[in-house]
Write a protein of this length. Structure first.
Length: 85
């Protein structure tokens, strides 16, 4: 998704530009991008916030899918904990 050819920049390109701006032109490493993606994914299942937002249609649709999946998985997880107590 991050490297898909679209008219608008992807979140990967936006994060790279922001990283370069704050690190005096240094390119972010792969682990930084992986950690950013993981952080975003975790925030979809919790009431946390994240400064990474979808930048194009594919990313927005992926975000919507992740939110719907989290709406199903989190209550299921919570119910299984409640039933085991």
């Amino acid at each position: 998704l991050g490297n898909a050819p679209e008219a608008t920049p992807s979140w990967v390109q936006a994060v790279k530009a922001q990283y370069k701006q704050h690190s005096h032109g240094e390119e972010p490493r792969g682990w930084y991008l992986y950690a950013t993606a993981l952080h975003w994914a975790v925030t979809q299942f919790t009431p946390a916030s994240m400064e990474v937002a979808p930048k194009n249609t594919r990313e927005r649709l992926y975000n919507i899918a992740a939110i719907f999946i989290s709406l199903v998985l989190f209550p299921t997880f919570l119910t299984s904990i409640t039933n085991s107590v």
